[in-house]
Design a protein. Structure first.
Lengths: 111, 113
């Protein structure tokens, strides 16, 4: 099976812009979760989607949002970018055994 | 927020030696997973241990779990230079019912050839 794929791999934006990141889970996995990794805060949970519904949400402002499509692919959007949003954004899909498998991540730099 | 701490924060060993990393967490858990990350890349899933398991093996990896002490350890035997990476433990909180992983702060392992 192909692994989790994320696009784009690298992104450079300026403050105030918005960005959309995409994630395709492992075939057959219906749950997709998003995480943010920064040097200061480490790995933090953003949200989880299952069958097109947001099931869990982490402690992030409303500028961070997401959605999931009927084919389980997911997107996350960050509006009004701030410098502190620079991070590695990781997507994970969950197996029926509750193992979470991660994609390679999208490195976002906000200038 | 971080679930707990990993110990040590950094570890440097010679190729062929064993590496042991420890992880502590704070809540009741359903399972604990270990991941490896090379230089800011994606996380590679290593092993999952359920709360009713005490020990699990996978190749050169051995994981233990002590739920009474809320701690886990990852042992890498006969280490190789390719094992150089950061290692994270992550837990799923049983009481909240959420599937969100809460990560430790990680151990940076350097294996010298």
């Amino acid at each position: 099976k192909a692994g989790v794929t994320q696009t784009p791999r690298y992104l450079i934006k300026t403050r105030g812009q918005q960005v959309t990141l995409s994630c395709s889970p492992i075939s057959g996995h219906r749950s997709v979760s998003w995480y943010q990794q920064t040097p200061g805060q480490g790995l933090q949970f953003l949200f989880e989607y299952f069958s097109e519904t947001q099931r869990n949400k982490g402690n992030f402002p409303g500028r961070f949002s997401g959605r999931q499509f009927s084919n389980s692919r997911s997107e996350m959007n960050v509006s009004t970018l701030e410098l502190g949003d620079s991070a590695l954004y990781l997507c994970a899909s969950t197996s029926s055994y509750n193992e979470q498998f991660f994609g390679p991540g999208t490195r976002l730099t906000v200038l | 927020s971080q679930q707990g701490e990993e110990d040590p924060q950094a570890l440097s060993i010679q190729e062929g030696e064993n590496a042991t990393m420890n992880c502590s967490y704070k809540t009741s858990i359903n399972n604990l997973q270990w991941y490896r990350q090379n230089s800011g890349r994606g996380l590679v899933h290593l092993i999952l241990i359920r709360s009713n398991e005490r020990e699990k093996h996978s190749g050169r990896l051995r994981v233990t779990l002590d739920t009474s002490k809320k701690s886990s350890s990852l042992l890498i035997t006969a280490s190789r230079a390719a094992d150089t990476a950061s290692y994270f433990c992550a837990t799923v909180d049983r009481d909240t019912g959420r599937r969100a992983l809460t990560f430790g702060s990680g151990t940076r392992l350097q294996v010298q050839p």
